[in-house]
Write a protein that binds this ligand. Structure first.
Ligand code: OTU
Length: 654
């Protein structure tokens, strides 16, 4: 039941007046914490009220739920550790000045599973110098909360948001690590898997034992009537599992909505009690020192009959309401959205009021697409249309992550480039599984849907880029090309705008790991092929040999990171695609027009000339400087310049 915008400030004032005694009581032992809380509450409440009215305004007990939400926020602020309150103030000031941390060119992200990278949290602490040497300032530790025994979707089936998986360590170790990281200038990112819990979360267990309130935390149906009505409209996310998005649970005698695996129960955000509960879990994690919460599977959090139950307006409402609650209780907290959907939808979650940062899956797939086609037409066209974001928001750029690659470019963009999206995806799937003639990629087909012909691709960076195949054949030229592709991809994600994410292992050119096939809990999920276990002995050996692919990849990456961290022109999100009249070369400008950097990227294995005089008007007549190799580049008025195979240049006017 939305209320008129004009009435919101008045209702907010009334609410504050009504709830002040109760809220203030939360701070009775620490009264200094009340005034800053009140300031933020007054600032955020009008929009929070608006959102909650839209989501739950029809409830007779709306005001009671509202009060509970605000009490939850007040208690979380009271519990917030002092150093984090200080860092909150820094984050708020930077954002208000238009310089949020994620626009800083010194930011470099890394992603790892704690156990696979360093055994446990203690082991991870010992590896911090390694991350330091790479220049890492943002660390995403893959799901590490207590997860379901047996299959747990790599920890995405969470059994408790308040405990660390015992094999990995304890919550107090995690909190300590987070603080230690932040002192070193590194922000910790953790997943907030809030679309579902594991089927052995306490709430699920209580639901199975007959607790009605906990049953209402989930979507449950007494018979197949509703599931049968909904099913045809829903996308199959993991078709391998068979069946549809509903799982019969014998202990309950009910059918539970399970969008992902059968043991991941979707949470019911239309229930305000669940909403408040999840706000509490979110603030609990924030107060352990999590700077960034990666919001998992955001498109799915609101269901609506008659639709595909993805990207519903209320999904945005929930995230925006969490955002407002975060601003009130943990103002330094940022959200990163994980929406792997149509590019219009990806962007729709990204704004200062919703998720401040987001994966950029479109850039990710277009990088691979351009390497397969040796053509930048679709990439250029899509980036021109879609790279821009609202002020105060930013991308996280990446080459690949722990998940599969699904070809999420827009069909209409492809059509505008004269291509058929469906056929193009078929080509890309054939290419990256190595089935297309001439392809050197060694990806694996993931979740092939025999009904639609659709599939996605698993594979490590090195294997997708051709290194695995070339090394197996002892093809030295092939190895060179693969290393050049890897360097090119890193070069682009490090310079195009946004915080680049390195999936650890890729920096050492680690290839697919086929051992998952022997593990009963993993063999049905070939994403494990590209989530390798770090072999530190081997890494040391490889790094000691400067000619090894591992050493060369790390060296190239470090050099690119040094250039990024040294160039203020690479800060901020603004990026302009340039037309250089050669479809094999991606060209873009970063930084101010009067002191720009121009990046040129050749997506082919042959030299490419660029003779467009536009470069001269941007960079002057030269000689220019290529910053990665730190060498001069001369512009020839007749022939322009020539990029080597897979060459990536970062040019400054000298
Ligand atoms: C996410 O991915 C995680 O990244 C996966 O590792 C999990 O398995 C999954 O959620 C369930 O928690 O379908 O193939 O648009 O595409 O959330 C990966 C978002 C996925 C979904 C995405 C999901």
């Amino acid at each position: 039941m939305p209320i008129a915008p004009a009435d919101l400030p008045r209702e907010a004032r009334r609410t504050v007046a009504r709830l002040t005694p109760g809220l203030q009581r939360v701070f009775k032992d620490e009264p200094v914490l009340w005034p800053p809380f009140l300031i933020r509450l007054e600032r955020e409440l009008p929009r929070l009220l608006d959102l909650l009215h839209r989501l739950y305004g029809w409830r007779y007990d709306f005001h009671w739920h509202l009060e509970q939400v605000l009490l939850t926020a007040a208690r979380a602020w009271r519990e917030r550790p002092a150093p984090w309150r200080a860092w909150d103030a820094e984050e708020e000031a930077a954002a208000a000045a238009g310089r949020p941390w994620f626009h800083d060119n010194r930011q470099v992200g890394a992603v790892a599973y704690v156990d696979r990278f360093a055994h446990d949290l203690e082991g991870l602490r010992e590896r911090l110098p390694y991350l330091d040497r790479l220049g890492v300032t943002y660390l995403h530790l893959m799901p590490l909360l207590r997860a379901r025994a047996g299959e747990s979707d790599g920890g995405y089936a969470v059994s408790s948001y308040r405990e660390v998986e015992p094999r990995l360590g304890t919550m107090s170790q995690l909190a300590q690590l987070a603080t230690e990281l932040r002192w070193r200038g590194v922000r910790l990112c953790l997943d907030f898997v809030f679309n579902h819990t594991a089927d052995d979360h306490d709430w699920a267990l209580a639901a199975k034992a007959g607790d009605r309130d906990k049953q209402d935390y989930y979507w449950m149906f007494d018979d197949r009537t509703v599931p049968d009505r909904l099913s045809p409209g829903l996308r199959e996310i993991f078709p391998d599992r068979g069946g549809d998005a509903f799982t019969f649970v014998p202990e309950l005698g009910k059918h539970v909505w399970t969008t992902f695996n059968t043991y991941q129960w979707d949470l019911n955000f239309s229930n305000p009690a669940l909403f408040r509960q999840m706000a509490e879990e979110m603030l609990f994690l924030a107060n352990r020192g999590v700077s960034v919460l990666r919001l998992d599977a955001v498109p799915f959090i609101w269901k609506r009959e008659g639709t595909d139950s993805e990207n519903q307006p209320e999904a945005h409402g929930i995230i925006q309401a969490f955002n407002a609650i975060g601003r009130i209780a943990a103002p330094g907290l940022a959200f990163k959205s994980e929406a792997i959907v149509h590019p219009d939808q990806v962007t729709s979650y990204v704004s200062p009021q919703e998720a401040q940062v987001s994966y950029n899956p479109l850039l990710m797939v277009l990088l691979w697409e351009s390497l397969a086609t040796r053509d930048t037409t679709l990439m250029r066209h899509s980036l021109i249309k879609r790279f821009g974001l609202p002020d105060g928001a930013g991308w996280m750029t990446y080459i690949r992550c722990h998940d599969d690659i699904g070809w999420g470019f827009a069909d209409e963009d492809a059509a505008e480039c004269g291509m058929n999206g469906f056929d193009h995806r078929r080509f890309l799937n054939a290419f990256y599984t190595g089935r297309f003639p001439g392809s050197v990629a060694r990806g694996l087909p993931f979740q092939e849907n025999r009904r639609t012909g659709d599939m996605r691709i698993s594979g490590a960076l090195a294997s997708l880029a051709g290194l695995e195949a070339a090394r197996a054949k002892r093809d030295r030229a092939g190895v060179e090309l693969a290393l050049a592709r890897i360097r090119l991809l890193y070069g682009i994600i490090l310079t195009i705008g946004g915080v680049p994410l390195i999936y650890l292992g890729d920096e050492l050119a680690v290839e697919n790991d086929y051992a998952f096939a022997d593990d009963p809990h993993r063999r049905d999920d070939n994403r494990w092929a590209h989530r390798p276990v770090m072999d530190w002995q081997r890494a040391e050996r490889d790094l000691a040999d400067p000619a090894s692919p591992a050493a060369r990849t790390t060296a190239a990456l470090r050099r690119l990171i040094a250039v990024r961290q040294d160039q203020p022109a690479l800060a901020g999100p603004a990026m302009t695609i340039l037309s250089v009249r050669n479809a094999h070369v991606l060209a873009y400008r970063r930084g101010a027009v009067d002191r720009p950097l121009v990046v040129l990227a050749n997506v082919t294995e042959t030299p490419q000339g660029v003779a467009d005089a536009g470069l001269v008007s941007l960079l002057g007549s030269g000689p220019w400087r290529e910053l990665v190799s730190d060498t001069p580049v001369a512009w020839d008025p007749a022939a322009g310049v020539t990029l080597p195979p897979y060459g990536l240049w970062v040019l400054s006017g000298g």
